[in-house]
Design a protein around this ligand. Structure first.
Ligand code: HEM
Length: 402
């Protein structure tokens, strides 16, 4: 018989994440989009895929994204909203983060128009439902069929042309007429370059790219809306910090880390035990047991984050060796590959005040505050009724100018 074991302590959770004999268990209901994507692989298969994709996700690539490639994408996505003087933050956040994620996944946008963004976004919304099917409150069978059909159309319209363009570039590199460095820096290129090594079927590449699109876009978009909300709430009671939000990128980054600690993208991580395991705490896990790491509890463990662990406090100090966002990016074999890209990296050296990488979520949050983002007092935010997860459904804001 299989037992359900729930881990709520921070240190035990860290040890659990690092167990080799626990395989992914969060996406069992979402196999239509999640089967054989990196986060669902185990053992050697996972190691080989991760090794390959890690080649792309280096700090140099992240720096290039952050400094050169992302700012024009943010400006272009934001331009119509700034011109209108208002925006609905939930869809704006998804459009923005999707445009950035499409770039890193390798989904080309030949037209680059707002209508094309809207169209790709409609696919993304269906993929999100597919990955989080367990929490979907409507007809799950119908939703699964809708996700499968959306994957097919997404392939035809976006993926196939993106693959064709990259194959032509790779042929040029092989023929010596194009420098390797001129190839796009994205997951699709890395996969196409190495299909022979990993024996990847077309359907696998399709699911992997769709997963990257949603892993990069949905998590970051949700975090983005929550950071803005938490900052607006914080400033209402700490008006003295109003100037820091414009002048101190580390403060913006801290607000993001604190938000992600309290509100992780997924409230739990889940695993299945493939062998019997005994943790250093003496806890035993038997083969076949389901293990749930309760991230909401773990990240509020007072032993690690203090008595005020439940509160949002961007000035919080954390003990040496503990990440300010707790375990919200996971740990061990499935640790988030896009963590530094999304949340940045801060100098930890003595007296160092410069940021190494700000992170794309803090970067985008800063951009909005630089344009005077405020809540629309006539149109209050609403939660999303279609899921049991705590997402905002609508969040109207206005831009008061810089
Ligand atoms: C606020 C933003 C983000 C959060 C909170 C987040 C969270 C997570 C978590 C918790 C995991 C581990 C899942 C598990 O252990 O079961 C994970 C894995 C992953 N994330 Fe993220 N993520 C974020 C942004 C991104 C971005 C921007 C990308 C794309 C570049 C990305 C790509 C991935 C991938 C590919 C994995 C699977 C890694 C593997 O299985 O080896 N994530 N993420």
């Amino acid at each position: 018989m299989s037992n359900l074991i729930t881990i709520t302590g921070f240190h035990e959770a860290r040890e659990t994440f690092r167990q080799k004999h626990l395989r992914q268990g969060l996406y069992d209901a979402g196999e239509v989009i999640m089967s054989d994507v990196i986060v669902n692989l185990h053992g050697e298969q996972h190691r080989d895929r991760r090794r390959l994709e890690n080649r792309l996700y280096t700090r140099e690539t992240f720096r290039e994204y952050e400094e050169e490639l992302f700012p024009p994408i943010i400006e272009a996505t934001m331009a119509p909203h700034l011109a209108a003087g208002r925006a609905e933050l939930v869809s704006l956040a998804h459009q923005l983060m999707m445009n950035l994620a499409a770039y890193t996944a390798g989904v080309d946008r030949p037209l680059g128009t707002a209508a094309e963004t809207e169209h790709l976004y409609s696919y993304l919304k269906i993929f999100i439902d597919g990955a989080t099917l367990e929490h979907y409150v409507g007809d799950k069978v119908a939703k699964r069929a809708e996700v499968a059909a959306a994957l097919e159309s997404f392939d035809e319209e976006f993926l196939a042309p993106s693959i064709a363009r990259r194959r032509a570039l790779l042929a040029d590199v092989d023929a010596g007429s194009l420098e390797e460095s001129a190839l796009p820096r994205d997951v699709l290129t890395v996969l196409l370059r190495n299909t022979d090594k990993l024996l990847l079927e077309h359907e696998t590449i399709r699911r992997e790219i769709a997963f990257y699109l949603l892993a990069g876009a949905h998590t970051s978009a949700t975090a983005f809306v929550r950071v803005l909300h938490n900052v607006l709430e914080w400033l209402a009671t700490h008006p003295q910090d109003r100037s820091r939000i414009r002048s101190d990128p580390r403060f913006v980054q801290r607000c993001m880390h604190e938000t992600v600690r309290l509100q992780p993208s997924s409230p739990i991580a889940a695993r299945w035990a493939t062998e019997d395991i005994t943790l250093s705490t003496g806890r035993t896990i038997a083969q076949g047991d389901r293990v749930v790491i309760d991230l909401l509890e773990v990240n509020r463990d007072p032993e690690v984050f203090g008595e005020s662990a439940q509160d949002f406090d961007p000035n919080r100090g954390v003990p040496e060796g503990i990440a300010p966002y707790g375990l919200s990016f996971g740990l061990g074999m499935h640790a988030c590959i896009g963590q530094d890209l999304a949340a940045g990296v801060a100098h930890r050296g003595e007296g160092a005040s410069e940021l190494q990488l700000l992170g794309l979520v803090p970067l985008a949050v800063q951009y909005l505050f630089d344009h005077g983002c405020q809540r629309d007092l006539l149109d209050p935010p609403e939660m999303d009724p279609s899921t049991t997860r705590p997402y905002f459904g609508r969040y109207p804001v206005v831009f008061a100018g810089s």
